[in-house]
Design a protein around this ligand. Sequence first.
Ligand code: FAD
Length: 400
Amino acid sequence: MKRKHERVVIVGGGPVGSVAAFILALEGIPVTILEREPAPIIDYRASTFHPPTLDLLEACGATEALVAMGLKAPTMQYRDRQRGRIAEFDFSLLRKDTGHPYRLQCEQFKLVDWVHRRLAEMPDVRLLFSHAVTGVTQTEDEVVIRAETPDGERSFGADFVIAADGGRSTVRKAIDIEFEGFTYPEHFLVAGTRFDFRARMPDLCSVNYTADPEEWYLLLQIPDMWRVVMPVDARREPEDAVQEASIQASLQNLLPRAEPYEIIVRAIYRVSQRVASTYRKGRVFLAGDAAHINNPLGGMGLNGGLHDALSLTARMAGVWHGTSSEDALAGYEPQRRPAAVDAINAITQRNKRLLEERDPDVRARNLREWAAVAADPERAYRHLLDASMIASLRRSGMIR
Ligand SMILES: Cc1cc2nc3c(=O)[nH]c(=O)nc-3n(C[C@H](O)[C@H](O)[C@H](O)COP(=O)(O)OP(=O)(O)OC[C@H]3O[C@@H](n4cnc5c(N)ncnc54)[C@H](O)[C@@H]3O)c2cc1C
């Protein structure tokens, strides 16, 4: 493929776009990142990095930084609101499969901040904030991106474009790619508090999935707080659910205490299961949430997006430097799209069904099954290979 601009443009300076830019820059490829916001967003959404993601990010130095900033979670629990701990899984079962046999808990904005600092020191990298992309046109030779900027509308020419502009991707819509799937009727509430749940629930570990037919919840420890994720009844106004009184009621329902909880983070999200019908049109490639979105029960969205970035940038660098044929780029979608459909979306949907099951008999069967899997080392190992994304990365050929 001829190159007219000697530059890759990345739309979106979130975690996926930033990591993609960083890897291309390390390969000596000039990159421009166009980010709509005036400054990096303090985004608390993702906090889990899975073992193979840490293995794959090691080469660029991000793993060392994440480990230094994050909290290692060596185990994970499945619980029931009434009965407490049902099953515990120990990531050390994966010690022969990964150099990082734990889940690393670190907020996504800390990764973005670390990458942006590296990008600021690199030649041929332009990280442009307050640049909101509005349109895309392409010919055989180039892509032209239009953006609203502080200097008015500007155009940016590129040899390749990576659209990492999130679930509502302007680029995906501009190039007319379907985003197939559905949106859940309920919203998801995220609340962060410094209250140490383990002081009152001593058998908790750092990653806890709790089933309940009325209000399942996820309780996650991150370096300086505990995060609670729970559903908000679809009949309620999402704005009401983030009011102080409502969050206090939800947390008191989870664990009653005399004092109110100190809430330091609160947010509400609309959640969908969707995958783009194709990951590529000509010289434009989708990655991260622009390509696939899913519920957070399993912590797989960002991890999958980073796997996209790693797959795509390795292929792009090979083609750029002439060490791979253009077929390498054609291999991106067949490698990454099935992982989004068959693993990320399938596993996160199954996790949600298990947590919210209302039928008492099915619930009882599910809980027995969790306990049986955890008690059998071979089944626990297989379960962890799926839950940590090692199995799907192996199937796609990204790791051995
Ligand atoms: C409650 C919750 C918890 C989660 N927890 C986890 C977890 O533990 N682990 C995990 O793997 N995943 C998790 N996820 C998913 C994870 O947050 C996302 O998958 C991740 O943020 C995707 O990164 P991204 O860079 O693709 O998109 P985003 O983070 O959405 O970044 C997109 C960027 O593009 C910019 N942008 C958008 N439009 C334009 C435009 N027109 N022009 C220029 N810039 C634009 C945005 O401002 C933003 O900076 C969670 C999600 C939720 C809702």
